[in-house]
Design a protein around this ligand. Structure first.
Ligand code: FPP
Length: 224
């Protein structure tokens, strides 16, 4: 059975789900947040150490302002209402991506990270304004500036995911088969599951089925 330390998820399909069932994309984002809560609980049950969630990409700024604002309000309220409970559950929150948000949200993100920084049960990496190509270019720039020898180990150390093991498993919901500029370096040997269900419809049963299937895969890492 394969060990499972790190699950990464591209939570796709909120907009389509919202339009189909509630006639609004934003209702889909709200429902998507309920799925986030369910999956966090299930991840703890499985004793998985890292959960990385793609919540907002560098490309998502191209969406209508109303939708972008709704997403950040949702995030703000989530942090205000839930950080205490996450902290009590010994969960550490880490943001990956560039924190170029409102002063209020930046402060809230920093406060939430600081408060939970010593927690050890589960680390949630929330990818916000995250783009993998930017992250890689930035890492190379740092290495060039510091005259660091370029190899795999040093590159990994200069990514925002330093000290985080690469994902064992990537799940993308929403019936789309692409990586969308997410963790391109870190996913080199991950097992990838593309799910037809839209994110708000994804549930514990689906998650458990994927985990079970993942555990039985023969992972070769290039060997035979
Ligand atoms: C992709 O679906 C989803 C997002 C861009 C946002 C993800 C946000 C959440 C799950 C809720 C907020 C989470 C936190 C932690 C506060 P899409 O809108 O691209 O769906 P579509 O492909 O159907 O348009």
């Amino acid at each position: 059975m394969n060990p499972l330390k790190h699950v990464a998820i591209i939570m796709d399909g909120n907009g389509r789900w919202g339009l189909k069932y509630k006639r609004s994309r934003n209702a889909g984002h709200k429902a998507g947040l309920n799925t986030v809560e369910k999956i966090i609980k299930e991840t703890i049950k499985h004793k998985i150490n890292f959960l990385t969630l793609f919540a907002f990409s560098t490309e998502n700024w191209k969406r209508p302002k109303k939708e972008v604002n709704f997403l950040f309000n949702l995030l703000e309220n989530f942090l205000i209402n839930r950080i205490e409970d996450l902290h009590k559950q010994n969960i550490k929150l880490k943001i990956i991506g560039s924190k170029k948000f409102s002063t209020k949200l930046n402060k809230l993100l920093n406060k939430s990270e600081k408060k939970t920084s010593k927690n050890t049960n589960l680390q949630i990496n929330l990818a916000l304004n995250y783009g993998s190509k930017f992250e890689l270019i930035n890492a190379f720039k740092i290495m060039k500036k510091n005259k660091t020898y370029i190899n795999e180990k040093n590159l990994s150390k200069n990514l925002q995911t330093k000290n985080i093991p690469d994902p064992d498993l990537l799940i993308r919901t929403g019936n789309t088969k692409r990586l969308s500029n997410f963790l391109l370096w870190q996913l080199a040997y991950s097992e990838i599951f593309f799910e037809k269900k839209l994110w708000p419809a994804f549930n514990e049963k689906d998650y458990n089925r994927i985990i079970k299937e993942y555990k039985n895969i023969k992972r070769n890492f290039g060997k035979i």
